[in-house]
Write a protein that binds this ligand. Structure first.
Ligand SMILES: Cc1cc2nc3c(=O)[nH]c(=O)nc-3n(C[C@H](O)[C@H](O)[C@H](O)COP(=O)(O)O)c2cc1C
Length: 356
């Protein structure tokens, strides 16, 4: 029987076990978007997770929304990420870089060009965001023109090429959690009347074009996407009425030979999960928020997923796999320091078992 410690060997991924680190924004990049000096240490400490998925990383100036997130489109970004990937590979790990274009979830105070955010439609997400001057309402974005949609797809492909140049093993397109790709999928964020809005096929078009462009640029075996059906963050209102769109996407992605499909799934035992697995057919990475340690491995054992991604547990436990294997206690995460600008505290100072 396959369990969480069974190695994985597919055409696209070879992993020592079935645990991955979920992508987590840490807001410690330098002002120009280069990963901070401690990023290589942070990821290397966690290289024991079979697959590291990095923090969301913007593919362009427009793609940034939060303070101090890294980018992957300039020479400086590539040089900075190269230090991270070399260190992770030396430690025996693998790293997929998450490409995150935030779309409307941006504040001009946080971006390099300070321009109005862009989105499928001019609809504000209705929430607040942290900036240098404190919490501020997220402003209304402007709708991307058709030419700009095309340019944004090209920006993803360019960033993917640069990620490979920086030594990443692949990229994961962030299609979850209310960011740009998700904004196109959700009817309440996408009121477009062109070929990117309206019908299910039209709302799915941007996601499929981005995945195809990235796969053409770096190879489908190095391309992955994360989706989060029904997750309401960033003003998304998406009920089960959007399930057919996710089935449509899983079917489309299933024909492309991708490295994996990553689902952030919050709907418990809902049959949509099994449907998406069956339709996609390739490697499925599953993240169920708030998973307790005694539940880890259950989805792999049940055949619902090939890999389980863990976020906060991996953030707080650099030697998580050793702790899970031996039943050792876990460090608690310190949320107040998740994004705290800059330092090692709450970032690279979580103790290993040996240190403790
Ligand atoms: C500090 C923090 C930052 C996060 N940043 C991202 C991100 O950049 N991209 C993303 O797809 N998800 C992000 N997430 C969501 C996680 O990947 C994961 O889905 C969530 O933490 C639930 O899983 P967990 O209970 O195992 O932590 C973030 C979560 C946390 C706690």
């Amino acid at each position: 029987m396959t369990d969480i410690w069974t190695p994985l060997a597919t055409d696209t991924l070879q992993l020592p076990h079935r645990l991955a680190m979920a992508p987590m924004t840490r807001s410690r990049a330098k002002p120009d978007g280069t990963p901070g000096d401690l990023a290589a240490l942070y990821y290397t400490q966690r290289a024991g997770m079979g697959l590291l998925i990095t923090e969301g990383t913007q593919p362009s100036d427009d793609g940034q929304g939060y303070l101090a997130t890294p980018g992957i489109y300039t020479d400086a970004h590539v040089a900075g990420w190269r230090k991270v990937t070399d260190a992770v590979h030396d430690a025996g790990g693998r790293l997929f870089l998450q490409l995150m274009h935030v779309g409307r979830r941006a504040h001009p105070d946080n971006t390099p060009h300070h321009r109005q955010p862009v989105a499928p439609s001019a609809i504000a997400p209705g929430d607040d965001m942290f900036t240098m001057t404190g919490m501020q309402p997220v402003p209304e974005p402007r709708a991307l023109t058709p030419a700009e949609v095309e340019q944004t797809v090209a920006d993803f492909a360019h960033a993917a090429r640069r990620a490979i140049e920086a030594g990443a093993d692949g990229v994961e397109i962030h299609g979850a959690n209310g960011y740009l790709v998700h904004q196109f999928l959700a009817p309440n964020a996408n009121h477009r009347t062109d070929q990117y809005g309206g019908s299910m096929e039209n709302r799915a078009r941007f996601a499929i074009e981005v995945v195809r462009a990235v796969a053409d640029a770096i190879g489908p075996e190095r391309t992955a996407i994360r989706l989060s059906p029904g997750v309401p963050t960033g003003g998304i209102a998406e009920g089960t009425d959007n399930d057919d769109l996710y089935r449509y996407l899983a079917t489309a992605f299933g024909t492309m030979g991708l490295a994996y499909l990553h689902l952030l799934f919050v709907r418990g035992e809902d049959p949509l999960l099994g449907d998406l697995r069956g339709l996609f057919r390739g490697t499925l990475v599953l993240n169920r928020p708030g998973r307790q340690r005694e539940q880890i491995g259950a989805d792999v054992a049940a055949g619902l997923a090939d890999i389980e991604a863990l976020g906060m547990m991996a953030l707080a436990n650099p030697d998580l796999t050793a702790r899970l294997k031996t039943g050792a206690p876990l460090n608690a995460a310190r949320p107040a320091l998740f994004y705290a600008g800059g330092g090692a505290e709450g970032y690279t100072d979580y103790p290993t078992l040996d240190a403790a």
